[in-house]
Design a protein around this ligand. Structure first.
Ligand code: MN
Ligand code: MN
Length: 476
């Protein structure tokens, strides 16, 4: 039940780059005022005027943060002989527990299906289930003239970010460069952005059979089959495509230091290419793949060594990597075991939608790597801006949706299957000591997480109509 108005009082709020004590007044679904402590109870907008139905929440010892925005998740994803276990109920419920109030999910074009169907499918999957707000990235798998002609329509329908894969031929996902250039040209003209899974397919298709023939089948060889050069080479091609087409590109899940250099240099030349990295590249290295249960961490691109991880952190700190997503891809343990004796049969992915916010606070802010305001940028405001849902999402501002996390910066707890709420029957984030804990989560003014309870009604989440900012490219 949403009260007519809610006053979140006395918390330490991150408003833009400023961190200070603020009172925040919510009416209906929006933030209607942000004031210094006590200010909102005095004047014309004061408590007296709206006191009939005002709920006051004391946030004295808490941080008040915008709800997380995770623009890289895979719900109901059919892949490598299985389907991800996060649907729109279990996935968005885990998101809510993890402080995430907006997600964008990938929707693969099915064989023979239209691009419009990628949106229809997700509306169907979300109906009666979604707890937080959600958007869609259509994934083109069949770059026919008919498909390309549909691009302006999905952009118009609020899905301007289309993704393609540069590998996964066997899964019907691979798109050749010449087709990527056609897609990028049409998409950019329509006001969209082409997201790419950047891995060089030729190198992978040479490496995998060679390792398998040599009997190198354990989880670590997944990483050996796709070393950083595989990713860097694909990024080199993407930069070339961006230069030739003048298109807008986004490299998903960056895990290559040399790739980061290529993107940084290209942006300095005015090439419109941007990127993100993902939680797991910042907290795990390829060492975990050598464990007996190493298949847990098989994902693509693979986890890298500590030196590359350090370079990725540097990019996150200085802004060359503007944002961090989860790449949530939750497969059951039964499905992960397809790869028990063959790394190449293991569904690539780690359940991660819930850990992201709290682990990045703990590893980033609590350990002194990033400021609190930088944390808010990487988990909320930058993904909202770059993916076209700002100013409604991603920041605490008057007129924005009241998507708010109340966060205890001092709480200590241990992350693992027992303390998380994701639907997979295993966790890659087991036994990790965390500083900082989500206490309450609001979505459009409604409390959806109250301590250990999810109090949201299934199906309350709404479609997010995204529209990209006009100016892209360098300096953005
Ligand atoms: Mn991918
Ligand atoms: Mn992904």
């Amino acid at each position: 039940m949403t009260p007519a108005a809610t006053l979140i009082r006395g918390g330490t709020a991150v408003v833009g780059e400023e961190v200070s004590r603020k009172d925040i007044l919510i009416e209906g679904e929006q933030i209607i005022a942000i004031g210094d402590p006590g200010e909102l109870s005095a004047g014309g907008r004061g408590e007296a005027g709206i006191s009939t139905n005002l709920e006051v929440i004391d946030a004295e010892d808490l941080l008040v943060l915008p709800g997380g925005v995770d623009t890289h998740v895979h719900f109901n994803d059919v892949f490598m002989g299985t389907v991800s276990v996060h649907d729109y109920y279990t996935g968005t419920r885990a998101a809510a527990f993890g402080g995430v109030t907006s997600i964008i999910d990938f929707s693969n074009q099915v064989p023979g299906g239209s691009l419009a169907k990628t949106l229809d499918d997700k509306h169907e999957e979300a109906a009666g289930k979604a707890i937080v707000d959600w958007g869609v990235h259509p994934v083109i798998t069949e770059p026919t003239e008919e498909t390309l002609a549909e691009i302006p329509h999905v952009v118009e329908a609020g899905a301007p970010t289309i993704k393609c894969y540069m590998t996964y031929r066997e899964d019907g996902l691979l798109i050749e460069d010449r087709d990527l250039e056609r897609i990028a040209a049409g998409l950019t003209a329509a006001g969209g952005m082409l997201m790419l899974h950047a891995e060089d397919n030729d190198m992978i298709e040479a490496n995998v059979p060679r390792l398998v023939a040599e009997g190198k089948l354990a989880a670590i060889y997944h990483a050996r089959s796709k070393p950083a050069e595989v990713e860097t080479e694909a990024i080199r091609r993407i930069v070339g495509m961006a230069e030739r087409t003048g298109g807008r590109f986004f490299v998903v899940h960056l895990a290559s230091a040399a790739g980061l250099d290529l993107i940084t240099e290209a942006r300095a030349r005015g090439v419109d290419v941007n990127t993100e990295t993902c939680t797991h590249y910042l907290v795990f290295t390829d060492k975990v793949l050598e464990r007996d249960d190493g298949i847990k961490w098989i994902c693509s691109p693979p986890l890298r060594d500590a030196a590359i991880q350090e370079k990725l952190w540097e990019g996150v700190v200085d802004g060359r990597i503007p944002m961090v997503t989860s790449d949530d891809a939750a497969y059951s343990w039964e499905a992960k075991l397809y790869g028990k004796d063959r790394f190449d049969k293991c569904p690539n992915g780690i359940p991660g939608i819930e850990p992201r916010f709290q682990i990045l606070y703990s590893e980033g802010v609590a350990k002194g790597r990033i400021s609190l305001s930088r944390f808010v940028e990487i988990v909320a405001s930058e993904p909202a801006r770059l993916f076209g849902m700002a100013p409604r999402k991603g920041s605490l501002a008057v007129g924005a949706d009241a998507d708010i996390v109340l966060f205890d910066p001092e709480a200590r707890w241990t992350m693992g299957q027992e303390t998380l709420h994701m639907a997979a029957d295993w966790s890659g984030y087991e036994g990790i000591d965390i500083t900082g804990k989500i206490m309450r989560v609001f979505s459009r003014g409604e409390m959806i997480i109250d301590g250990p309870e999810c109090v949201a009604a299934e199906g309350r989440g709404r479609y997010i109509h995204c529209a990209l900012p006009v100016a892209g490219g360098a300096g953005g």
